[in-house]
Design a protein around this ligand. Structure first.
Ligand code: SF4
Length: 274
């Protein structure tokens, strides 16, 4: 054995007992993971209460890919809210009622103009007629958040001094405001538009019509199928099964156009009992 090899053997002999001792002591210790779990289970639950449960994620209405429309709609909204094209309405309005709902909605409801309550709250269709519209939307198995609701005229029509209530928008007022709605429709790209009431139909099409001629028939608005039906306020005044059924039949046509499943129960709503 060379002198160098002898030195190495001597160092190895000295190190061996130390290494064996270390091995024994490691066997006696619990693993790091085990120790961590033991420490966690020993935590005082009063002093350190468990973290609150994470609330369930909100229901995702749709998972569209933003094609840039969100930013464009936001920019459009800014311009609409600052609009002063109608000085008389600017003077009397509380605020511009932009519209509400899903920027990716496949279904768009259009009314004529905000009423007193909508003007105060800044949202269309929230009065009694709006509540009925929400019920119709629910019967179609949509929620208000899934669709979009807007008016042809975005400011409440001004009332003559001393008079309360709401008045119909004038054709010229609707013609002035319509380009805003057209821009919204161009960005939201709904598959179907429902016009609620003859005034909304006339505002969209720019010419007088009769309800008898248009209700329940497909029209066209810039390439988007347009279904005229009664305004919910009309149904509140005419609460017969027959009138409700007319509106419901129009909504069944809308559901068919959208390719939505329709149950037998839905098909039978508001039918006269035999
Ligand atoms: S009604 Fe329409 S066009 Fe007229 S001021 Fe209001 S937002 Fe502008």
């Amino acid at each position: 054995m060379s002198q160098e090899q002898a030195g190495f053997q001597e160092a190895l002999d000295a190190a061996l007992p130390i290494l064996q001792g270390m091995k024994k002591s490691l066997r006696k210790q619990p693993s790091a993971t085990h120790a961590s779990l033991e420490r966690l289970s020993a935590v005082d639950p009063v002093k350190y209460p468990p973290a609150p449960a994470i609330p369930a994620a909100p229901r995702i209405l749709s998972t569209p890919t933003d094609d840039g429309r969100l930013a464009k709609l936001e920019e459009l909204k800014g311009r609409i809210l600052a609009c002063t094209r109608c000085p008389n309405l600017v003077a009397s309005r509380t605020q511009v009622v932009y519209g509400v709902g899903n920027p990716f909605a496949e279904l768009l409801f259009v009314g004529e103009a905000p009423g007193e309550e909508e003007d105060l709250r800044g949202e269309p269709f929230i009065g009694k007629a709006g509540q009925l519209l929400t019920k119709i939307i629910g019967a179609m198995e949509f929620s208000r958040e899934e669709i979009f609701i807007a008016n042809v005229l975005k400011c409440r029509p001004d009332m003559p001094a001393g008079e309360s209530g709401n008045r119909k928008p004038k054709p010229a007022e609707m013609a002035t405001c319509l380009p805003w709605l057209t821009e919204q429709i161009g960005l939201i790209k709904p598959k179907v538009i429902v016009a609620l009431g003859l005034t909304a139909v006339e505002g969209l099409l720019g010419e007088p019509r009769t309800m008898r001629d248009v209700r329940g028939k497909w029209l066209d608005y810039h390439g988007v199928p347009l279904m005229p039906t009664y305004h919910p306020a009309y149904l509140l005044r005419n609460q017969t099964l027959a009138e409700k059924r007319k509106v419901w039949e129009d909504m069944l046509l809308v559901l068919e156009k959208l390719g939505r499943p329709i149950s037998a129960k839905q098909r039978g709503y508001f039918l006269e009992k035999a």
